[in-house]
Design a protein around this ligand. Structure first.
Ligand code: SAH
Ligand code: SF4
Length: 352
């Protein structure tokens, strides 16, 4: 019999599953507390359960381990980057950033990515698989255990497209915001998407109070289609209409990500066009100096271009910030560390 992924069960599912094993109801609260509040990494740590009961759990369930394969700590700002190895040998990345108000974790939602954005390292080896809810939680629980500190904010901005793994991401959000578990409020969670428009409407239906980030990166279809293939399925107009609907229905500000790439999307004319398109939309633009990726041709915009771009948006009344680059000494942008590890494994002959 295949062991069940216990960390992916919500409270009721756990209760039903333990019930099938003949365990009384009060055990559900105990086990759930060990899993999601104390964040243990093995059944043996559940010390208020008898040895027999722990053995029974071990026989029937698996507690997916996130093994820390590599850990890099930035000497500039304390940003920590983890490369985890999961059950089937795949690698995941996550980054923990330190801000004045606490720790924020950026987690992955897939191994690899299907979306094929021209500037991103995550999709270079193609798409491998979706992550289970347990594997998204595992990144947080493992980092928290390792750091000995509570993580208070989550961004789904690591490897993968969260809305392409919709059901597992929704389950993860339910688990991580559960009062009986880590209890991180939806207002402290951001989800970033490259713009899968129908799934944005699905997200709207869920009526969650999370922040929606949209990777826009261009003011028009010509530029966006050249760097983001998803734009050929849902263009800028359709995407912005979805964003407008989202902002109106939730009264939540949309956060637009805009990676500044030299001679691609960083001219003052691009800024004017962007400002015109965002007029009247409840939003905030985050300008991100693009991370240069070894396998990709784009270069980072100069500080001067970024400053000029920012000034145009401000003059047009668009709320804008230039994102501070954290962890610049540790390759903190997602996909890069995994990429490096896969190449090293290949060189050692560990991978075909
Ligand atoms: N797939 C989702 C979330 C993960 S990517 C999305 O695309 O939104 C997280 C963010 O990093 C996105 O805004 C993405 O566009 C950005 N990003 C990817 N590669 C980058 C790079 N080389 N430089 C700057 N930002 C990058
Ligand atoms: Fe995938 Fe996001 Fe990277 Fe695009 S930017 S390839 S959607 S992870």
């Amino acid at each position: 019999m295949e062991k069940k992924d216990i960390l992916s069960f919500n409270y009721d599912e756990l209760g039903a599953s333990l019930g099938e094993l003949g365990l009384p109801r009060y055990r559900t609260a105990q086990v759930y507390d060990w899993l999601h509040k104390k964040c243990v990494s093995s059944f043996d740590e559940m010390t208020n359960l008898s040895r027999d009961l722990r053995a029974k759990l071990n026989e029937n369930y698996v507690l997916f381990p996130c093994h820390i394969e590599k850990k890099l700590v930035s000497c500039y700002d304390g940003t920590v980057k983890y490369l985890f190895r999961v059950m089937d040998g795949e690698y995941l990345e996550c980054v923990v950033m330190k801000y004045k108000y606490g720790r924020t974790i950026c987690i992955s939602t897939q191994v690899g990515c299907k979306m094929g954005c021209a500037f991103c390292a995550s999709g270079i080896g193609g798409f491998r698989r979706n992550l289970a809810p347990s594997e998204m939680l595992g990144q947080i629980y493992t980092a928290q255990r390792d750091l000995g500190e509570r993580i208070s904010r989550i961004v789904l901005m690591g490897m993968g497209e969260p809305l392409d793994n919709f059901d597992n991401v929704m389950k993860f959000l339910q688990l991580v915001s559960d009062e009986r578990g880590l209890n991180i409020g939806m207002r402290h969670i951001s989800l970033s998407t490259s713009g899968i428009v129908p799934r944005i409407y699905d997200l709207l239906e869920r009526d969650l109070q999370l922040t929606l980030s949209v990777s826009l990166h261009a003011p028009n279809d010509e530029i966006r289609s050249a760097i983001m293939p998803v734009n050929k399925s849902w263009n800028v107009e359709e995407l912005l209409t979805a964003c407008r609907t989202y902002a109106e229905k939730t009264s939540r500000r949309i956060s637009f990500e805009y990676a500044m790439m030299k001679d691609v999307n960083d001219t003052p004319a691009c800024a004017e066009e962007l400002a015109a398109r965002l007029k009247g939309l409840l939003c905030h633009v985050n300008l991100i100096p693009a991370n240069e990726v070894a396998e990709k041709p784009h270069a980072r915009s100069s500080d001067e271009s970024i400053r000029r771009f920012c000034a145009v948006l401000e003059r047009n009344g668009v709320a804008v910030t230039v994102r501070r680059t954290l962890g610049s000494d540790i390759n903190a942008s997602c996909g890069q560390l995994r990429r490096k590890q896969l190449t090293e494994d290949q060189e050692r002959g560990d991978r075909p």
